[in-house]
Design a protein around this ligand. Structure first.
Ligand SMILES: Nc1ncnc2c1ncn2[C@@H]1O[C@H](COP(=O)(O)OP(=O)(O)OP(=O)(O)O)[C@@H](O)[C@H]1O
Length: 755
């Protein structure tokens, strides 16, 4: 009884404190709302400067208000009792009273580090670490880690159930949640690693790589806010479904400044589909495709074999191959991209043709004079023959046109890619109106880089150009201020000038955030790039990402054993060597938080039996069920699925269940399951209203479900072009329960009898 009542008092005390924190949060929200309203009310009194100052304040208040609104759920989750008697609360953001007494520390602040790092062996001045478990604004329970055992002798009690296990056992909603209250020490070390350089985080399934990647992005933005604010952070994931799955995590951590993109969206304006023949994807992913694209561009700078007669307003002039090749050499020597160098090419030839015209006219009329020249030049420029001839030699091109023609006109591909075999070239053939695929995106980006802007050659109106130049200059100066310290720290000072970086990030709209602007600008240089499921990236995709971050400040997370893309990596060394050489560090995550041991071990046995070497992280939970293995007669797959679904759904008590199967079965399975379960059935990651999803193993990558049913697992073994990655991925998605239904046998190793 006394024990119970002391626990009760502790809980009551915490409830009071937490109520005080929410009170302060509400006060701050009101304050920001009032400030915002005031700024908006204030008249735009005159000058442009006043208006832009007012806008800047409004943006600042809006951002802060958005942050204060986003952190409501589980605002606080930890408390530290320190040796010196101080008590420190840890939460999503820092909070202080109006007279600056600290109430709560932001989890990313250095003073919060010990909450994640202190252990009984290395207490780091911490006597007790307390987890506060909140539901909404209400404290529901406490859990204490007493690191200084003398505290127990003083009569203190241990509180509550494990915060980590409670988080792990909770039902999945189809959207990832943050782990800020229960980050483990090995994860925390990675989250707080220094910003510069390339950090690779290798970890088996469920080790928290995605969670760590997201929390690291939030940490970096907090810790290096000034440096990253203007350049922004890019987070890349494998698919749109994956981006939807993780999209709420950063806002819940109070961060909105991250651009999130799937591999298919990395080029603004292009929405690529995932479908791609494995063979074509593999070829398009090779680094040598950069040379193919370069040759394709060079091949579009052509020459005539014979002199060409051109009619200008009734006068015939001659354009010789020699003139064209001289002009071409000089244009190429400018080092500018195709469309921009074309300006030089055209200028030289127009001048030469005008000279020729002048001579001819002078000869025939015997009296030319210099005032005619401007008028003649205009005639030359507007002659149809001249325009056609110059375009034939050097056509302005968009990336889309270049790549589309490269793959739809066999002659062009043969000329640009003589090193490919006929069969390889055939695999790349596509119709001109076929949709863009993910593997096309880096090629389009490469082409955009080599072609440059079309606008420059088309000639914009000069006042607009001057205006844009002034604006770019002002922004460049600001960007230099922001990036200089960063360049020094990252060791890139001197390699890359601040101007180089600043020149990339020319602002277009004053009031947009860096993230808004970066999302639509292909040439944006990010301050840091986080890549998830990075094992899937082809060499060309890496090349594109390296361009997006000239400082090469990367966090790369993935699991080589889960590679299923034909163009993906077989080792981190192989993937990164062409871009950063040996200059990357490796960290490993070793604990599986998702999959219960019985299921995780079956997945590892299967992988080993099929010849795949996997790192086998230690599972934190035992789980209630061993995998269910159902072998059925021919035609029995769907009947058995429908028969067992009810039982599986009941076992997970309202959780999320995924049926994972190869593409060719998806439609039929979806239809049959929908016939019984109606709109409870969804496709992507699943949402709150849908508790059954039917998806392919590729779509399941990175996601998780309470229960998973795999239909015909042996197909997942063979489908991934000789890799076992797909079955391994599918088997490691569940948090509770796994069922395999097979007509053609359960793959070796799973039932444990072979080992
Ligand atoms: N410290 C933690 N506290 C609470 N939950 C955690 C923690 N670490 C990981 N998890 C949970 O474990 C699950 C797996 O994490 P995550 O998806 O980040 O793993 P992963 O390594 O990216 O997996 P995979 O490679 O299989 O996709 C998630 O539900 C995540 O929230």
């Amino acid at each position: 009884m006394p024990e119970e009542s002391s626990a009760h008092t502790e809980l009551e005390n915490e409830r009071q404190y937490v109520a005080g924190l929410y009170h302060r949060l509400d006060e701050l929200r009101d304050e920001k709302r009032e400030q915002l309203a005031q700024v908006r009310r204030s008249h735009s009194a005159g000058s442009h400067q006043n208006r832009s100052e007012r806008d800047a304040f409004a943006t600042m208040y809006e951002d802060r208000l958005a942050q204060l609104m986003a952190v409501d759920d589980r605002l606080v989750f930890g408390r530290l009792d320190l040796d010196d008697g101080e008590t420190r609360y840890i939460g999503r953001i820092g909070l202080s009273t109006a007279d600056l007494q600290r109430l709560m520390v932001d989890w990313r602040a250095p003073e919060a580090g010990t909450f994640y790092q202190a252990t009984a062996f290395e207490r780091q001045g911490v006597r007790r670490r307390r987890h506060l478990m909140l539901k909404g604004r209400e404290v529901q329970g406490l859990e204490d880690d007493v690191l200084d055992y003398s505290m127990l002798e003083e009569g203190q009690d241990l509180q509550g159930e494990g915060a980590l296990l409670a988080a792990l056992n909770s039902k999945r909603t189809g959207q990832m949640s943050d782990i800020v209250g229960t980050i483990q020490a090995e994860q925390d070390r990675i989250i707080r690693a220094p910003l510069p350089g390339t950090l690779v985080v290798q970890g088996g399934p469920g080790t928290g790589k995605t969670a760590v990647a997201l929390h690291r992005a939030a940490y970096l933005l907090y810790t290096h806010r000034e440096r990253l604010k203007s350049a922004g952070v890019l987070l890349v994931g494998p698919s749109n479904a994956f981006i939807r799955y993780i999209e709420r995590v950063l806002p819940s951590l109070g961060e909105t400044g991250v651009v999130m993109s799937s591999l298919g969206q990395l080029m603004p304006g292009i929405a690529a589909t995932a479908e791609e023949s494995a063979e074509a994807a593999e070829i398009k992913g090779r680094l040598s495709m950069a040379d193919v694209v370069a040759r394709a561009v060079a091949n579009r700078q052509r020459n005539f074999t014979e002199p060409r007669r051109l009619n200008i307003e009734g006068t015939w002039v001659t354009l010789t191959p020699k003139q064209v090749s001289r002009a071409r050499d000089r244009a190429r020597a400018t080092g500018k991209p195709h469309n921009e160098a074309r300006v030089t090419f055209v200028k030289i030839l127009l001048r030469e043709l005008t000279d020729q015209m002048t001579e001819i006219l002078e000869e025939s009329a015997g009296a030319g004079n210099s005032t005619d020249r401007a008028y003649l030049a205009e005639d030359v420029r507007s002659s149809r023959d001249v325009r056609v001839a110059l375009n034939l030699c050097w056509m302005p091109l968009t990336p889309e046109k270049l790549i589309s023609e490269l793959f739809s006109k066999p002659g062009q591909l043969e000329a640009a890619a003589p090193e490919l075999t006929d069969a390889e070239r055939e695999a790349l053939r596509r119709s001109p109106d076929a949709p863009w695929t993910e593997a096309d995106v880096p090629l389009l980006d490469e082409a955009a880089e080599l072609l440059g802007e079309l606008d420059a050659s088309a000639g914009r109106d000069s006042a607009a150009l001057e205006e844009a130049r002034k604006r770019d200059l002002a922004n460049a100066e600001r960007a230099i201020e922001n990036t200089e310290g960063f360049l020094e720290d990252s060791g890139a000072h001197g390699i890359l000038s601040a101007e180089d970086l600043a020149n990339h990030n020319m602002a277009t709209e004053q009031r947009l955030t860096a993230a808004d602007r970066a999302a639509v600008d292909r040439t944006w240089a990010f301050g840091h790039v986080v890549v998830d499921e990075a094992q899937e990236l082809s060499a060309m995709q890496w090349r594109l990402l390296m361009r997006r971050c000239p400082l090469k400040s990367f966090t790369v997370v993935g699991d080589i054993a889960q590679t299923s893309s034909a163009a993906g990596a077989t080792s981190w060394q192989q993937a990164l060597d062409p871009f950063v050489g040996e200059r990357w560090t490796l960290e490993e995550l070793t604990v599986n938080y998702r999959t219960p041991a019985q299921i995780a071990e079956a997945a590892v046995r299967m992988a080993n039996a099929a010849g795949l070497v996997v790192s086998a992280p230690k599972a934190v939970r035992e789980g209630l069920w061993a995998p269910f293995l159902d072998e059925v007669q021919q035609g029995g797959l769907l009947p058995r699925l429908l028969e067992t679904l009810t039982e599986d759904l009941a076992a997970i008590e309202g959780g999320l269940l995924a049926v994972i199967t190869e593409d060719h079965r998806l439609e039929q399975v979806r239809e049959e399951v929908t016939a019984v379960y109606g709109n409870r059935v969804g496709t992507g990651a699943g949402g709150l209203s849908q508790d059954i999803v039917v998806i392919s193993p590729r779509e399941a990558k990175g996601l998780e479900f309470d229960a998973v049913v795999i239909l015909e697992p042996s197909e997942l073994l063979t489908a991934a072009a000789g890799k076992v990655g797909d079955l391994y991925v599918a088997m490691t998605r569940p948090t509770q329960r796994l069922r395999l239904i097979a007509e053609y046998g359960i793959p070796a190793g799973i039932d444990g009898s072979e080992s």
